[in-house]
Each structure stands twice: as C-alpha cells, then as structure tokens.
Design a protein around this ligand. Structure first.
Ligand code: C2E
Ligand code: MG
Ligand code: MG
Ligand code: MG
Length: 287
C-alpha cells in the first residue's frame, strides 16, 4: 500500500512538473510573440536630487501586460528572454523608446537604461546605442546605462573595453543593485564607472538597525572617495529619506517615497510641478 502511495506521489509530482513546464513554454511563446509585435511598454521611474527639489534622471523599466495573465514582472520575463536569446531585441526596443521619450522631457533630465549580461557579450551594443542616439537626436550625455555585476562574470576584460568605449562617447555608466550578490568593492575602482546605485536591500532596515545604517554609510563614503556619484534605490519612507539626508549619503534618490515608475508624460509634469514649487519657495523667502 505504501508503495502505491509513493508511486502515486511521484506521478503527481511529475504531473505537476509537466504542467509547470508546459506553462513555461507557453509563456515563452507568448513573450516571443509580444517582443516581435513590439507589444512591450516602458515605465519611467524618476531619480530625484536628495532634497527632492529636482528630477535629474529617469530609469526605463520594461513592462509586459500578458493578454490573459496581466502584468508579468520584469524579473520574470527578462530572465526568460535571456534564456531564449531574445534579450537583445528587448534592449533595443527599450533603448529606442527610452531615448525618444527622453527627448520630450526638460533638457536637464537624463534617461537610464538597463543592460543585461548578454548585451555586453556582443559588440553590437555599441552600434545599437549609437543608432538609438542618432535616430532620436538625443545627446550621448543624456544617456545612462546600468549594468550589474552579473555582466562581469564571463569576460571581464571584454566588458571593460565595451564600457570604456561607451564612456568615451560621453555616455554615463552606472553599476546597478550594488551590494547584492558577489559585490566586490574592487569593481568600484577598476571598472570604467560614473555612478553606483546602492541596492534597496541596504536601505530596508536603516531606520531600525544602526549597523545597517553604518554599512550603508561606509559603502557610500568609499564609493564617493573613488569619485563616484551615489544613487540610493528603493527609498520608501520619509524616515529613511531623513536619515540619508542627515548623513548626506545620497546624491540621487530613487524610490516610492518620491515616485513609483510612471508613464513618460508624467516625468515632464512632475518636473514642472517641482520647478514651480521651488520658484514659489524662493519668492516667498524674498518677500
Ligand atoms: P532595477 O534595475 O534595480 O530597477 C529597480 C526596481 O525596483 C524596479 O522594479 C522598481 O519598480 C523597483 N522599485 C523602485 N522603487 C522602489 C521602492 O521604493 N521599493 C521597492 N520595493 N521597489 C522599488 P521592476 O520594474 O519590477 O524591475 C525589476 C528589475 O527588472 C529591474 O531592477 C531590472 O533588473 C530588471 N529590468 C527592468 N526593465 C529592464 C530592461 O529593460 N532591461 C533589463 N535588462 N532589465 C530590466
Ligand atoms: Mg536598474
Ligand atoms: Mg537596481
Ligand atoms: Mg534590482
């Protein structure tokens, strides 16, 4: 009896595995179709000066709304796209869209686009980036590219060369999610970088745990000593923001405390509202 139950158990387990596998294959097929049809969209999350007075940049974040399943998180479909070998199509799409939307915003706002490890493995990325810039008319100085440490695992020397080339054209390079995974502090010194984006896991408990705050401040100070600009990601509460400002930890803040990812036109609207508020404050100080 126990034997048959065991067998039944295994069969049930296998059945479930099959179901999941089939569902995964279906999702991949749907993603392939969506990418080919240009059906993805882009949301933009502003990065603010730490005092909240100005938007300096916005990050392009890929969005996929599945016809039946609704919104699929980018953490899920980006990984699928990497497995399927179609991530470069997504990068290209987002890059073109991001550059052209940036052209509709005030001049001082830059656009930041995420690259995946695959993108840096082929030299095409240089051509794709320069095509996106020339098609949109965007200045290279307004384009930021975000890479993660996973981009460096395979061929660090080749990646370094590509980053240096991009940077020589005036593009800004940011290291994303810094502090997660195998973060090596020496990357900060040896890579051609301009910006460090400190991962939100560093920020999560700073208001409750002074050791976390010290870790954050230490990392920030080190990066700054090396001449890098600091973006703090995932700032959610006013308490966290106040602590960051007290310790002057952030050059730029990106997080729900200021704004979630929004449609492109909101970036211009938000930015205008801020500059109006700043002007009013100056006037009322003078008066
Ligand atoms: P990321 O590049 O680190 O982007 C920041 C993520 O944190 C976004 O999630 C954003 O919505 C979320 N976030 C922002 N502020 C807060 C906050 O205050 N609290 C919390 N809990 N979360 C916050 P999203 O849009 O789901 O993207 C997840 C990841 O997917 C991105 O992380 C990035 O690694 C990847 N991704 C998104 N779009 C692209 C893309 O076009 N290309 C590539 N290669 N990866 C992308
Ligand atoms: Mg990013
Ligand atoms: Mg990040
Ligand atoms: Mg992240």
């Amino acid at each position: 009896e126990s034997k048959s139950r065991l067998r039944g158990g295994i069969t049930g387990f296998e059945h479930e595995m099959d179901g999941r596998y089939i569902e995964q294959q279906k999702l991949k097929a749907d993603l392939r179709e969506a990418v080919a049809a240009g059906a993805l969209s882009v949301a933009f999350q502003p990065m603010f000066k730490a005092d909240g007075t100005r938007i300096e940049c916005a990050e392009a974040l890929a969005r996929w709304v599945h016809p039946e399943k609704g919104a699929i998180p980018p953490d899920v479909f980006i990984r699928l796209a990497e497995e399927m070998g179609i991530i470069s199509d997504i990068t290209r799409f987002i890059l073109f869209k991001a550059c052209s939307e940036c052209m509709t915003w005030p001049d001082h706002i830059a656009i930041s686009v995420n690259l995946s490890a695959r993108d840096l493995r082929d030299n095409d990325i240089l051509a794709v980036v320069s095509e996106a810039l020339s098609t949109s008319g965007l200045k290279a100085s307004r384009l930021h590219l975000e890479i993660t440490e996973s981009c460096l695992i395979d061929e660090p020397a080749a990646v370094r060369a590509i980053l240096a080339e991009l940077r020589s054209h005036g593009i800004t390079i940011a290291i994303d999610d810094f502090g997660t995974g195998f973060s090596s502090l020496s990357y900060l010194d040896t890579l051609p970088l301009d910006i460090v984006k400190i991962d939100r896991s560093f920020v999560r408990n700073i208001a409750e745990d002074t050791r976390r705050l010290k870790l954050l401040c230490g990392t920030v100070n080190l990066a700054r000593e090396l001449g890098l600009k600091i973006v703090i990601e995932g700032v959610e509460t006013v308490e966290q923001l106040a602590l960051l400002n007290k310790h002057r930890s952030a050059d730029l803040v990106q997080g729900y405390v200021f704004s979630p990812p929004v449609p492109s036109k909101e970036i211009g609207i938000l930015s205008q509202a801020l500059s109006r508020r700043v002007t009013q404050r100056r006037r009322s100080k003078v008066a």
